[in-house]
Design a protein around this ligand. Structure first.
Ligand code: CS2
Length: 501
């Protein structure tokens, strides 16, 4: 079968949307760090819709680690397909927004040179939580990190996201080119503000004079990004090839839903992403909080519990009546009351739509995939909500069960005694602590509370929190996840605690 490429685009079936512009006229206005499936389903798709009207915003994708994406997409002229499926209903398009793909470790100096191109006006990121080189609990730069230390000394060939942004800005300043706007697109609260603080802190240590210039001149708008994009499977490749009549080495599978809320604060202009469905706002914080706490908080909780119950995918976990009910109640009773008002926004309808999205049977979204990097995700997805509720003396039964399920998961052994492949920057440390403590809640919970990167210094001294998590973990060890989930709902339909301690 022939490969998807510029030369074969015309052979696509009529039902498949394809770039409606001359690809040879597209220039690179955006460099995107972290060219994974999420970016290709989200920002690149929004941008693709606009390129016919404004060809200056093509995207140079950068892989910060492996060459996989470049190797898959380069032979097909950086074209790829996006299949948005809900049940049996599938809409496919081919996206042409990428002007090329660079693999950073192969040419770090070349990447800095590209960032200094005056035509590049935005540098965006989807580098995941751990790509920010910060302490997830406090948000502080990890100044001792080996790669960060490397980048302090070798700014011309950086390894980290922060070092790369810093290196590009430094080169522009030296050449008298105005700075690009840095557009953070990761699932972190105030992602732009957070990234700004980290880049400035990095600069203070590497080049204080530049730190001041960055603080004064560089814009870092925050964004809320949302689209569920499971990892592509071999089966997806085969079904996409059959639908396209062409081979696509790395097709993207996703849902029809997509949302992007962006702070309108760009130094050198921006694409009219609103024309493709994005929303520009003055302050993205309430949207981010809503999405992180409701969608991602629920996602993580159902993934740990679902995995422990033997559910391979999110949709399978949602078939478990106990989980579906727990997640609905968690969103409605424990998370929604912590959210700031968003005038005109119907949070109840949003929660309902999340449950429908989680149930989408077309998405093979593995609980194991979402369970990854929990140490980096828990603080903003569950622990901040818990802090808010404890401060108001409100119950945290379901949120605490989510935290306990993470603790049970990172022991690395499932309920049938089989190993769990725990992927997390702290996996080794967590495993060592878990092995020392043994499978006993009264020992394991306090041991893991001592991981300050996750729990900070406040939560471990809050009995309301520690006792609740320990009790939930005890249930997980003694009666298992399925019975725990069902029993929680029998005994605590509206929560049990109501006083602060
Ligand atoms: C998921 C997210 O993997 C995860 O941790 O919770 O990637 C989630 O699918 C997206 O944030 C949805 O927008």
């Amino acid at each position: 079968m022939d490969r998807l490429s510029n030369a074969t685009l015309d052979r696509l079936p009529k039902s498949i949307q394809k770039p409606g512009y001359d690809r040879s006229a597209i220039t690179t206005g955006i460099v995107h760090l972290g060219i994974g499936a999420f970016h290709r389903a989200h920002q690149a798709a929004y941008t693709d819709t606009l390129l016919a009207d404004d060809p200056r915003w093509g995207i140079l994708g950068v892989s910060l680690r492996s060459a996989d994406t470049r190797d898959a997409l380069q032979p097909q002229d950086a074209l790829y397909s996006v299949s948005a499926a809900n049940g049996g209903n599938i809409k496919r398009r081919v996206v042409g927004a990428l002007t090329g793909i660079m693999v950073a470790p192969e040419d770090r100096a070349g990447l800095i040179a590209r960032l200094a191109d005056p035509a590049v006006r935005i540098v965006s990121t989807t580098v995941t939580e751990k790509g920010y080189s910060h302490d997830p609990a406090t948000g502080a730069l990890r100044e001792d990190d080996v790669d960060i230390r490397h980048d302090f000394l070798h700014g011309d060939r950086p390894r980290t996201t922060l070092g790369t942004i810093f290196g590009g800005l430094k080169r522009r300043r030296a050449a008298n080119i105005p700075p690009f706007t840095v557009l953070a697109c990761d699932n972190l609260p105030s992602n732009g503000h957070t990234l700004r603080g980290l880049v400035i802190r990095f600069a203070e240590l590497a080049d204080p004079e530049l730190a001041k210039w960055i603080g004064d001149e560089v814009r870092f708008p925050s964004t809320m990004v949302d689209r569920i994009v499971p990892a592509t499977t071999g089966g997806d490749r085969a079904s996409v090839a059959a639908a396209l009549g062409l081979e696509d080495a790395w097709p993207i599978m996703t849902e029809p839903f997509t949302q992007w809320v962006i702070e309108d604060d760009f130094g050198l202009g921006r694409p009219d992403w609103d024309q493709a469905g994005a929303t520009f706002v003055g302050d993205v914080a309430p949207y981010e909080l809503m999405k992180l706490r409701l969608l991602n908080g629920a996602h993580s909780t159902l993934s740990y519990l679902g995995y422990l119950m033997g559910c391979e995918t999110v949709a399978a976990a949602m078939q478990e009546p106990g989980i579906a009910r727990l997640i609905e109640e968690m969103m409605r009773l424990e998370v929604t009351p912590t959210l700031p008002a968003l005038p005109g926004f119907d949070v109840a309808a949003y929660c309902k739509s999340l449950l429908d999205r989680f149930r989408n049977p077309a998405l093979q979204h593995r609980t194991w995939q979402i369970a990854m990097d929990g140490s980096q995700k828990l603080p903003q997805r569950l622990l901040e909500t818990i802090r808010d509720r404890i401060a108001k003396g409100q119950p945290i039964d379901r949120l605490a069960l989510g935290v306990a399920a993470w603790m049970r998961y990172v022991t690395g052994i499932d309920e049938k005694g089989r190993p769990i492949d725990v992927r997390d920057p702290l996996a080794l440390r967590l495993k060592t602590l878990a092995d020392e403590a043994g499978p006993v809640a009264a020992r394991l919970a306090p041991t893991l509370f001592s991981v300050r990167d996750v729990f900070g210094t406040d939560l471990p001294v809050r009995p309301r929190f520690t006792l609740e998590v320990e009790a939930a973990l005890d249930q997980l060890f003694t009666i298992g996840a399925r019975v725990t989930v069902n029993r929680l709902q029998e005994i605590a339909p509206f929560g049990t605690c109501n006083s602060d301690q």
